[in-house]
Design a protein around this ligand. Structure first.
Ligand SMILES: O=C(O)c1cc2cc(O)c(O)cc2[nH]1
Length: 505
């Protein structure tokens, strides 16, 4: 959540996090070389929806100002917490060399590419994040028992990906002995679902690019809309087959059988007001299509579900929540039926894919511990990107107020650093965010305007054809009449000739 350089006593007390990319004095955000400058953070002050009634009690409100109120603003193609790196899809000393970052269907990768991806994920699980550390206490305790010991910890790159998701969905602690408040979620059940998860993936992709020293590294996707009850990516060359010994475990032939989850002790966090840390506990649990108590989640979404949800025109609808009907966001998230109608018993698309996994990947506070999460969400993001391409929405269709807390357009997404708003992720990826998808989508049906235009052109063509045909028939008839009279004329000419010959004589 915060750069290691910033969580010193001095950094925390100053509220400023503006390091130099070159570690030199008087160079906040690389200002000496024009990379960026240190500015005040604008935190969203618009009203949030009624779901959260505990204003003032949660560190995540008006993120990130409880911790820091000054950050780097980078110029041109520079980005990062100190303006020391290039925007996605760019490389080079001046960040002016384009690099293609293409997310592909994981099933269509070569055997070598699959192996490289699995090894890269495993490396990310074991590599300490080079820049970022996590708070292990809420802000009121973050200076430690003596008031001088900041409570932050190292975390690995992949575990940081898991931790950010956990932190965004965790309950609001209201005090010892009081039940924590669970009606809050900074990354689900609101318009920010698509933008938050988009940035979440971008951050992992960037961290892995840096780890691999390969700016073209791209996360692949899992097309989960294949219907049926088979997890096609659950094989040992990809995300791990089912164990022969335990229905709920991953085969020991898969590297992922060695992975241990973090953030499992939710009761402790909620009752004691602690925060998940990098401590790994039990193996990943997964039993695809195995939830016998809920037959509706034993099948994956159908291909037609994707086609249907892409046709839902409105991005989101009041109350911008998991009860919103005719909302593209609530449909791709999976609280609506694929055609967009809200039904409380329905689970479709993204939610259905999670629940299908039936284990670690089906519980919001734990789900990214199962690496299938990455591929499930890249596909969800690919659908979001296709929707943006087809509908070309104005930024104003994203609600600026009254969305659930964390989900307004101008809100800085929790707990990312440097601050990034939902609005910044509400743009087509290839043109604005430096990556693209290699994917085929069902053809877009015609819009009403297109249907009217086509009908008018077709009507004009039919009229023209009828006119031409009628003209031809009329002309043909008059020719045939003329032809019918030919002998008479012939006779006339004959007679005239005859007359002439007679007169000469
Ligand atoms: O019950 C649901 O609809 C559900 C479960 C689940 C797990 C998860 O990690 C998500 O991100 C969403 C989600 N929805």
């Amino acid at each position: 959540q915060f750069p290691r350089e910033c969580v010193t006593l001095e950094g925390l007390r100053s509220g400023q996090c503006c390091p130099s990319p070159f570690g030199v004095a008087n160079d906040a955000c690389g200002s000496a070389t024009g990379r960026g400058q240190c500015i005040s953070i604008a935190a969203d002050a618009s009203p949030h929806g009624p779901q959260y009634p505990h204003d003032g009690r949660d560190d995540r409100e008006r993120w990130p100002v409880r911790y820091f109120n000054r950050t780097c603003q980078c110029n041109g193609n520079f980005t990062g917490y100190d303006c020391g790196r290039c925007m996605h899809g760019l490389a080079g000393l001046n960040c002016d060399q384009p690099v293609a970052v293409v997310r592909r269907n994981v099933m269509q990768l070569s055997a070598d590419q699959k192996r490289a991806f699995v090894i890269a994920l495993d490396q990310a699980k074991r590599t300490v994040h080079p820049d970022i550390v996590i708070a292990t206490r809420r802000y009121q305790d973050v200076f430690g028992p003596d008031g001088n010991t900041p409570q932050f910890e190292n975390i690995t790159i992949y575990n940081y990906f898991v931790w950010t998701h956990y932190y965004s969905v965790s309950k609001t602690f209201l005090g010892a002995g009081q039940p924590s408040f669970g009606g809050v979620d900074f990354s689900h059940e609101g318009p920010g679902f698509v933008t938050w998860h988009r940035f979440h993936l971008l951050q992992l992709e960037r961290d892995m690019q840096d780890m691999l020293q390969d700016p073209s590294f791209a996360l692949p996707y899992w097309n989960f809309a294949i219907g049926g009850s088979t997890c096609d990516i659950c094989t040992d060359d990809l995300l791990g087959a089912r164990s022969n010994l335990d229905m709920n475990s991953i085969s020991t032939n898969s590297i992922f059988s060695n992975w241990r989850v973090i953030c499992e002790s939710v009761e402790d966090y909620d009752n004691l007001g602690t925060i998940c840390n990098n401590t790994e506990t039990t193996p990943i649990r997964r039993n695809p299509a195995g939830n016998v108590a809920r037959p509706m989640v034993q099948r994956l979404p159908e291909p037609q579900d994707v086609a249907d949800c892409l046709q839902v025109n409105t991005f989101d609808t009041p109350p911008y929540y998991s009860t919103s009907s005719e909302s593209f966001r609530n449909t791709i998230e999976g609280y609506n039926a694929p055609k967009g109608n809200y039904d409380p018993v329905v689970r479709s698309l993204h939610n259905l894919a999670h629940l299908f996994l039936n284990g670690t990947g089906g519980q919001t506070h734990l789900s990214p511990n199962d690496p299938i999460f990455v591929l499930l969400h890249t596909f969800t993001d690919a659908i979001f990107d296709e929707w943006l391409r087809r509908h070309a929405p104005d930024s104003a269709v994203y609600p600026s107020e009254n969305a659930p807390i964390g989900h307004n357009r101008g809100y800085n997404m929790v707990p990312f650093w440097p601050p990034v708003t939902n609005a910044e992720m509400f743009l087509t990826a290839p043109e604005n965010l430096g990556y693209s998808y290699e994917a085929e989508w069902p053809a877009a049906p015609f819009t009403l305007t297109e249907i009217i235009t086509i009908a008018m052109v077709a009507a004009l063509v039919i009229v023209a054809v009828i006119f031409a045909a009628t003209t031809c028939v009329v002309r043909a008839r008059s020719y045939s009449k003329l032809e019918g009279r030919q002998p008479l004329l012939g006779e006339q000419y004959q007679r005239y000739d005859d007359d002439k010959s007679q007169s000469v004589v």
